[in-house]
Structure formats: structure tokens, C-alpha cells
Design a protein around this ligand. Structure first.
Ligand SMILES: Cc1ncc(C[n+]2csc(CCOP(=O)(O)OP(=O)(O)O)c2C)c(N)n1
Ligand SMILES: [Mg+2]
Length: 646
């Protein structure tokens, strides 16, 4: 080691060119120069930056965004959103529509602006979709403390409300000093572009630091390309997977969201056709195979088709591709009930590869399917098995057909929800996109939506967040201007967050919204009833003389609400009015909301499945006691899947 007083003789002096910019200006300039490449396709990582300004970011990042817009409007376009959580939803939906190859940055003020991000961040991380959050933070210098919206604590000087974003972010950094910015930004990019690690990424910048100037090495702003490689499966892993598949009599493929992100739908179809293995789909995986393909059995699990669930019950080898095996997919570990069932898990995430004691293949879905197809030789399921697949699928499809065309209305004379879904399905183009997140419709859509295009189905069901729908629809319509987007939203979700209709109007994004008004929570209401809780507290009613929420229906007019936000609104009462409204919405250049009333009682065909929601073990209500008996019976068939699949 050199003595401390030695000079660096003989070394070349550091004359790296620098540029003097604020931390905010440097951040924006850096973000505008990030690119992503996969399969030879290169594009900007950030389509732009959503934001809502407050004192935390208006003069820092706000000034930088203004300067950038004036210099080059294409560099990092700024869009004013209406709610911070909603802006994250819009960014996430956009990114999912782009197979996670592109996303947005989201800038917020400090305090409530920042904490409004938490739900959006949790949604992004749960769904594993990249989004960059740039919440402002309280002063690094603290001279003016406590500042407006600062969480002042007696026990900590460096904790701020932004720390709530840590557990819901896949990467979190706070830039206390300008020198920290390069490592914070590069760390953020690494996680955003890592297929296994991605999710919400937070870089919090204190409001004083945002405005501080620094001499940055120019190289920080060079164009930088993040190459998204495809992880190739190891031969040993492929061999072990092949051993299992070749021995399978009744195999079943389960396609998850990873099939889409990897753009493996063609490889999946080819593999299924080569081997005669049927394909079930999770919520995120739906659309992996066209609904009418002879090997498609549609949705699997708690909201699955009877076809997929019958095959799941018998399956001896389950090949999960890009799936997290959520409780809805596994029917809370009751769907795969063959005592000898074995699993092959293909995933880029080691967390998922290990589930259910599977034979794991830690690799890209497309690469793995291609490798399996190359090596599986003449393996094929029997004609008898394939015939069973076709007949089970046909049986389900007939049920969907009658649910689409019920030939009757609900008890109140309103349209049945299954007919509403059927009309949207039949009157939209195959490439149009249906969007949903929470309520009774995600389950109904999972079961009944006939997907005709791999990108035609977008239901956020990892976080199933009420309020995602309209904001998400905006993002998808922005990502796919050549498709018509139809958001299906319940009155509950609409009331929680319809704010981004205003943003859609502002940006001229012609997203369509089908608003199903049923005066309450059909979903949680029917769950409540099933679990013996009698739909308690799930209806939009006045408080009655009895002191309960069982008075008259509340006089809420959501169509008028949508009109007031600037959308074009059509009130449809009958099937023919509704059909005309869909046709009109497809041609309208404006955001269009179709308001339709339906019943709280929905009528989708039964999945013959289960979802683990615990029922009170002891209760004064007979309805609850009966529900507990059913619950105990299902609990007794729940599995752990602990036997190694090898
Ligand atoms: C933010 C959030 N809060 C609560 C829930 C729990 N939840 C799931 S569905 C639902 C009701 C949805 O109502 P609505 O949008 O009217 O749809 P419907 O059930 O009537 O079809 C609730 C409260 C949730 N998923 N997200
Ligand atoms: Mg409702």
C-alpha cells in the first residue's frame, strides 16, 4: 500500500469533462438516455414521466422537466396525472402492455403525495412490473425543519414517510448528497431491467438536494443500453424436466404472466401441439392460447373453467410456466389433487421455481419451451386424453354461450352481468383489450372471456386493486393506440378512483369504460353470503330506521359523475342500447363511458372450485355454522405439495 503522503506521480490527471446541472436536471437527463434491448429490438426504457407537483418537487424536478420539455419535447414527455396512486397504475398497465420492456417515471411531492404511491408500488411489485418512483423527500439540510408535511418523530432524525415505500419496493435509495445520484440511478436501472427482480423502484430525493448544483461527469448522460438477455436453461434442468414429462399420462400446462413477458405464446402453442398437452391459464397468463384452440382449456383454479379444473384434478404432471401459483391458480392448493402429482416449474424467479417441490428450470420461458420441444422426441399424450380435453372444453364453452345469451334479465329487469360481458366480447375486435382488476368481473372474465389475441386480456389480479381499472386502461390505451381498450369497472372500483378519466380527456386518449352499476359489491357480497355473513355491509343503501345499512338504494349517479369529468357518456338500459353504445365507443375519438345497470346477484357458471377464506370457528349465526362445515371439508383436502417431484 502507498504511504499516505505519496503523490500520484505518473498517473494521468482526471480531466474528465463535466457539466454543471442540478440533481433534478441530471436525473431527467439521465432517464431520457436509458434504453432497453431484447431480441435486437431497442427502445427507450422511459416513455415519459407522470407527475403531480407540490412544494417538494415543483422547483426541483418540476424545473428540470420544464427545461427538458423546452429543449426537446420528445426526451422525457411530462404528463400531469390526478392521483399519485393512479399514476403508478397507469405506468404499470403501460409497462405490462409493453411486456415490461418500457415504463414511466412518476414524480411526487413530499408527504401525502409520496405516501399515495404506496398502494401503486405494492401493486407493481406484486405483479412484478417495473415502475420508477421519484418521491420528493424532506430536507437533507434540516435548517428549516420541521417542514410542511414532515413526519416529525422524537426517536429518529433520518426517518421520513418515504420509508413506507421500502417494503413495497424492489430497490430503494435516498439521495442525501449529489455524489450519491449516479449509484442510486444505476442501481434503479439494474432492478427495473432485471426480469426476475423487477417491480417498483424508488429513488427519493430531498427537496433541497433536488435543486443543488453539481459538476457531473458528462459520461453519466451517455446513451446507455440495458440488454435483457434470455436466460438459457441448464442441460441438467432440462433433462430432469423431460424425464417427468415423458412419463406423464395426464400432463397439464399452466401458463402464467411470464409466458407473455417472455413473448413465448408461439413457442407454447408449438409445444402444446407437438405434445398434445392441454393448456390452462392464470389471470396474468390468459390469452397465452386462443380460447378456441383444441388444446385450450381456459382459466384454471378458483375462477377457472370446469374443463381446466377437471384436468387439474387428475393431472400427474403439472408444467407451470411463468406462474407464481397464487391461491387463485391452485384453488388454495386443492386444484391439483392427484395423490402422485408432480410439478415442473419454468420461471426466471427462483422464488417460483422452488414452489410445490417442483423439478425447477430457472430460465426464460421461450428458451425453455424451445429446448424441451427439441429434445422431447416423439412424446405425445394419447388420443383418448386429447379427446377428453376437447369434450371438457366444449362442455364449458356451451355454458359460456348460454351465459352470454341468457334470454332473460335479472330479477330487477336489469341486464345480467354475463350478458354485458358477452356483448363486449362479441362486439369488440379480436385485438381489442379488456381491462379489469377487482370486483366480481375479474372472476367472470377469467372464466368466460373468449381471448382471441394474446394481448387482448388485461386483468390485474395479483394485487386486485380497486381503482386500477380506469387508470390502467389509460396506460394500456397509450401503449396500444392501434387497439380499442374496454375497461370493465364496477361502481365500487369506479368510486374509488375514476380520476384518470380527466387525464385521458387532457391527453386525448380514447379509452372506453364500461361502468357496471349494481349498487354495491357483488363480489364481496356473494363471498360474504357463501361464508355465512349474509352480505353484511356490502350494499350501497341508506342507513334505515333500524340503524342498519338496509334502507333505500343511494341516489348515486355515476354517469353524471363521468360526464362532469369530461368523458362522453352513454346510458344503456337494454341489450340493444348497450350494443349500440359499444359500436359507438369504438368509433369515438373521445374517452367514452358506457353506464349500464346490473344486479348484485351475478350468474357466471360455477368453477367447481374453492378459495381459502377462513370462516368463524364459532358463531351465533346458523348461516356461519353451516359455512364453517363446508370450510372444514375443503380444508381437509388441502395439500402441501411437499413430496419432491424428482
Ligand atoms: C383497494 C381495495 N379495497 C378493497 C378491496 C376488497 N374488494 C374486492 S372487490 C370489492 C368490491 C368491488 O365492488 P365493485 O367495483 O362495485 O364490483 P362488484 O363486486 O360489484 O362487481 C372489494 C371491496 C380491494 N380489492 N381493493
Ligand atoms: Mg358493484
Amino acid at each position: 500500500m502507498a504511504p499516505i503522503n505519496q503523490t500520484p506521480q505518473g498517473r494521468i490527471p482526471n480531466d474528465e469533462p463535466t457539466v454543471r446541472l442540478t440533481v433534478s436536471q441530471a436525473t431527467i437527463k439521465f432517464l431520457a438516455n436509458q434504453f432497453v434491448e431484447r431480441d435486437g429490438e431497442r427502445q427507450k426504457l422511459f416513455a415519459g414521466c407522470f407527475g403531480i407537483f407540490g412544494h417538494g418537487n415543483v422547483a426541483g424536478l418540476g424545473q428540470a422537466l420544464l427545461q427538458a420539455e423546452l429543449e426537446d419535447p420528445e426526451a422525457l414527455p411530462y404528463i400531469l396525472g390526478r392521483n399519485e396512486q393512479a399514476m403508478v397504475h397507469t405506468a404499470v398497465a403501460y409497462s405490462r402492455a409493453k411486456d415490461r420492456l418500457q415504463t414511466w417515471a412518476v414524480t411526487t411531492s413530499i408527504g401525502p403525495g409520496a405516501t399515495n404511491l404506496v398502494t401503486g408500488a405494492a401493486l407493481a411489485t406484486t405483479n412484478r412490473i417495473p415502475v420508477l418512483l421519484l418521491p420528493a423527500d424532506t430536507f437533507a439540510t434540516r435548517v428549516s425543519a420541521p417542514v410542511l408535511q414532515e413526519l416529525e418523530r422524537p426517536d429518529s432524525g433520518d426517518l421520513t414517510v418515504n420509508d413506507t415505500l421500502r417494503p413495497v419496493s424492489k430497490f430503494f435509495d435516498r439521495v442525501w448528497r449529489p455524489e450519491q445520484l449516479p449509484s442510486a440511478l444505476l442501481g434503479a436501472m439494474r432492478v427495473l431491467t432485471d426480469q426476475a427482480e423487477t417491480g417498483a423502484v424508488t429513488v427519493a430525493i430531498p427537496q433541497d438536494v433536488q435543486a443543488e448544483a453539481f459538476d457531473w461527469p458528462v459520461a453519466l448522460f451517455n446513451e446507455r443500453t440495458w440488454h435483457l438477455g434470455r436466460v438459457v436453461p441448464q442441460p441438467g434442468q432440462v433433462a430432469r424436466a423431460l424425464d417427468l414429462i415423458r412419463a406423464a399420462q395426464k400432463p397439464l400446462l399452466v401458463a402464467g404472466g411470464g409466458v407473455h413477458y417472455s413473448r413465448a405464446t408461439e413457442a407454447l402453442r408449438a409445444f402444446a401441439e407437438q405434445t398434445g398437452i392441454p393448456v390452462g391459464e392464470t389471470q396474468a397468463g390468459k390469452g397465452a392460447l386462443r380460447y378456441d384452440h383444441p388444446l385450450a382449456v381456459g382459466a384454471i383454479g378458483s375462477t377457472g373453467t370446469t374443463a381446466a379444473n377437471a384436468l387439474a384434478a387428475d393431472a400427474d404432471v403439472v408444467i407451470g410456466i411463468g406462474t407464481r401459483y397464487s391461491d387463485f391458480t391452485t384453488a388454495s392448493r386443492t386444484a391439483f389433487s392427484n395423490p402422485d402429482v408432480k410439478f415442473v416449474n419454468i420461471n426466471v424467479c427462483s422464488l417460483d421455481v422452488c414452489k410445490h417441490s417442483a423439478v425447477g428450470v430457472l430460465a426464460d420461458a421461450r428458451e425453455t419451451l424451445t429446448a424441451l420441444a427439441d429434445l422431447i422426441d416423439g412424446y405425445r399424450t394419447t388420443d383418448e386424453y386429447q379427446e377428453r380435453v376437447r369434450s371438457l372444453a366444449a362442455e364449458w364453452d356451451a355454458m359460456v354461450e348460454s351465459a352470454y345469451h341468457p334470454g332473460r334479465t335479472g330479477e330487477s329487469g336489469r341486464l345480467l352481468q354475463s350478458e354485458v360481458i358477452g356483448l363486449v366480447n362479441e362486439l369488440t375486435d379480436p385485438r381489442d383489450v379488456v381491462v379489469c382488476a377487482a370486483g366480481s368481473m375479474p372472476g367472470d372474465l377469467h372464466k368466460m372471456w373468449r381471448t382471441r389475441d394474446s394481448k387482448g386480456y388485461h386483468v390485474e389480479y395479483a394485487y386486485s386493486c380497486m381503482g386500477y381499472e380506469v387508470a390502467g386502461g389509460l396506460g394500456i390505451q397509450m401503449a396500444c393506440p392501434d387497439r380499442d381498450v374496454f375497461v370493465m369497472v364496477g361502481d365500487g372500483s369506479y368510486l374509488m378512483m375514476a380520476t384518470e378519466l380527466v387525464t385521458a380527456v387532457q391527453e386525448g386518449v380514447p379509452v372506453n369504460v364500461v361502468l357496471v352499476q349494481n349498487d354495491g359489491y357483488a363480489s364481496i357480497g356473494s363471498l360474504s353470503e357463501e361464508l355465512g355473513s349474509q352480505r353484511f355491509g356490502t350494499k350501497y343503501r341508506y342507513r334505515s330506521d333500524r340503524g342498519r345499512l338496509d334502507g333505500d338504494v343511494l341516489p348515486v349517479d355515476l354517469a353524471a359523475n363521468a360526464e362532469s369529468l369530461g368523458a362522453e357518456v352513454i346510458r344503456a338500459h337494454t341489450a340493444s342500447e348497450f350494443a349500440a353504445a359499444i359500436k359507438h365507443a369504438k368509433t369515438s375519438p373521445r374517452p367514452t363511458v358506457i353506464h349500464v345497470e346490473s344486479d348484485l346477484m351475478t350468474n357466471a357458471p360455477d368453477s367447481k372450485s374453492w378459495w381459502d377464506v377462513p370462516v368463524s370457528e364459532t358463531s351465533a349465526l346458523e348461516s356461519t355454522q353451516q359455512a364453517r362445515e363446508v370450510y372444514d371439508a375443503w380444508k381437509s383436502v388441502q395439500r402441501h405439495y411437499l413430496t419432491p417431484s424428482e
